[in-house]
Design a protein around this ligand. Sequence first.
Ligand code: DGL
Length: 258
Amino acid sequence: MDKAIGVFDSGIGGLSILNSLVEKLPYENFIYLSDNKNCPYGNKSQEQIINFSLKNSKKLIELNCKMIIVACNTATTNSIDLLREKIDIPIIGIEPGIRPAILNTKSKNIGVLATEKTLESKLFNSTSKNNLTDDITIHEQIGYGLVNEIEKGVTGNILIEKYLKKYVTPMIEKNIDYLVLGCTHYNFLEEKLNKLFSKNVKIVDTISPVTNHVIKTLENLKIKNNSISKNSVNIYYNGNKILSEFTSNNYEISYLDF
Ligand code: DGL
């Protein structure tokens, strides 16, 4: 079998990226690691996050992957430099889409919803600072409790709605016109968020930019699969079983100790 593209996250968040990659790259094989026994990453120390990222990357190499997508903002912002130093295959990470929001805001107020460790990270802060102009204000909010709740299922989860209302109401009062989702888990909340906002607030996720970046990188490095047999998608979790609401029927899902 052709080598696979490896993807990892602390849980189901990165499946939002995987679903898009599978659709756009029908002839690539994918292996996804959900490190959900260590979920959430967002309130752990940077050292712990680095160790989780290294462990996941080494497992993906062992499983014969040709490239790694860090489908997690927290792992990217806290460990990508070190991963690139230690791991020998191409690595693509995910940073909050702060730049497009800064370039397009009219109200000059932008909201960012992310985990504690992403908002604290050097990478996030330098990206924001480098793109920011004096007239724009960024309103940051940690999504306390959200990742744990999302892992339990989004459909009908009243607590998620309660948290979201609490987190975005102050941003609406500050007249934001862009909300940047800085955690891949939150991609599954777009529908709920849209209900809380008027049409004037746009939600920025990073699903399309990351998908396009992966496609370009495969082409540039000439490591695209040559075969035209339909892709295989294997998902492994090391904690609780992954809920079917986040996955497609064509995925093989199994437990793996990693
Ligand atoms: N999907 C991860 C992210 O993008 C979740 C973080 C967590 O596990 O707290 O940041």
